[in-house]
Design a binder for this molecule. Structure first.
Ligand code: NAP
Length: 310
């Protein structure tokens, strides 16, 4: 019985230490050079793995993902269909994403992007104060991350709605669901946040048509995936002023190439896919708990629904 771990990040050593603390009886192997006999591998937690690698492990009991998104695994036809995939969603990932969302909602709501421009011109000018009660936040995706972010923006006094596949019941959050309710959801949204998984249905969802359905002067916050947004359409909407400003954490090409016009756009706030982060001890304890669950004959949580692709 062995657990295959792979990461090139600076804190890979801490990850292994924390995983070993939670699973003292487990043998750990390191991907790619220390796999050993592939038949020993029962659990994997590998970032930056090679497509096709999972078919090499005949005794796999579960695959774990570092983060919430599993689009890389869904794209790989060799990921065995009968092996459960546990997403790396835990309290730390959720809380850190909510901080990112709340930060940008408040930044745009209070006009700090404008005050920064005024500062550059030594201009002492107050903007009209917009009450939070009239700034409507809309979150695409009311899953683990979207629901917590929605609860938080609602608690800050912003009328908040979420859009998901099935209808949801979240206190103080209006629920829109399904393709038919996307346009009405967008029409009531002044600050659009994307926390959808990347699937064939959600690819390119932030496009010219859907951006046009937002009210004039709306804001965009995208910590979902780069391929949710048609970047030329986002830039065009910013240039026309229909979208006043955007906070973008994810891009179709990562790292964002140095000559990409989004870097220099005065109303774009670009960050390098850092909207949320796992705290290693919390995340490793969550994976260890999932290993014990699987060994006890249960499924890992949260579990990827292979039919839905997230
Ligand atoms: P989740 O729990 O799986 O929730 C996904 C939500 O999207 C669900 O509410 C789901 O609806 C909805 N959805 C999916 N497909 C839909 C469709 N076709 N139409 C309408 N709604 C749809 O995912 P999560 O854990 O919250 O994570 C969300 C995403 O955040 C991840 O997939 C990842 O891309 C991104 N992320 C980014 C970072 C970063 O640092 N930038 C970090 C972590 C995560 P139902 O509930 O009805 O199924």
């Amino acid at each position: 019985m062995a657990f295959l771990f792979g990461s090139r990040s600076h804190d890979a050593g801490k990850w292994v230490d924390e995983l070993k603390r939670g699973l003292p009886e487990m043998e750990f192997r390191l991907w790619p050079d220390g796999v050993g006999d592939p038949a020993d591998i029962e659990f994997t937690l590998v970032t930056g793995g090679k497509p096709g690698m999972y078919k090499d492990f005949p005794n796999l009991k579960a695959i774990f993902s570092f983060g919430a998104g599993v689009d890389h695994l869904m794209r790989d036809p060799d990921v065995p269909k009968d092996v459960p995939i546990g997403r790396g969603v835990n309290a730390s990932l959720v809380q850190n994403m909510t901080h990112y969302v709340v930060h940008w909602v408040l930044h745009f709501h209070r006009g700090y992007h404008r005050y920064r421009e005024f500062q550059g011109q030594a201009k002492w000018q107050a903007l009209d104060f917009v009450y939070p009660s009239v700034r409507r936040v809309g979150i695409l995706g009311l899953g683990a991350l979207g629901t917590d972010a929605a609860r938080s923006t609602a608690a800050l006094g912003f009328p908040t709605a979420g859009w998901s596949r099935d209808t949801k019941s979240v206190k103080n959050v209006e629920s829109f669901h399904g393709a038919d309710q996307l346009k009405p959801f967008l029409a009531r949204t002044d600050v659009l946040v994307c926390l959808l998984p990347l699937t064939p249905e959600t690819t390119d969802i932030i496009n010219a048509e859907n951006l046009a359905a937002l009210p004039e002067g709306a804001f965009l916050i995208n910590p979902g995936r780069g391929s949710h947004a048609v970047e030329d359409d986002v830039r065009a909407a910013l240039d026309s002023g229909h979208i006043e400003a955007a906070a973008l954490d994810v891009f179709r090409t990562e790292p964002l190439p140095p000559d990409d016009p989004l870097w220099a756009h005065p109303r774009v706030y670009a960050t390098p896919h850092v909207a949320s982060r796992n705290e290693v001890d919390v995340a490793a304890a969550h994976h260890a708990e999932n290993v014990r669950r699987v060994l006890a004959g249960e499924l890992p949580r949260p579990l990827v629904d292979r039919a839905r692709g997230y």
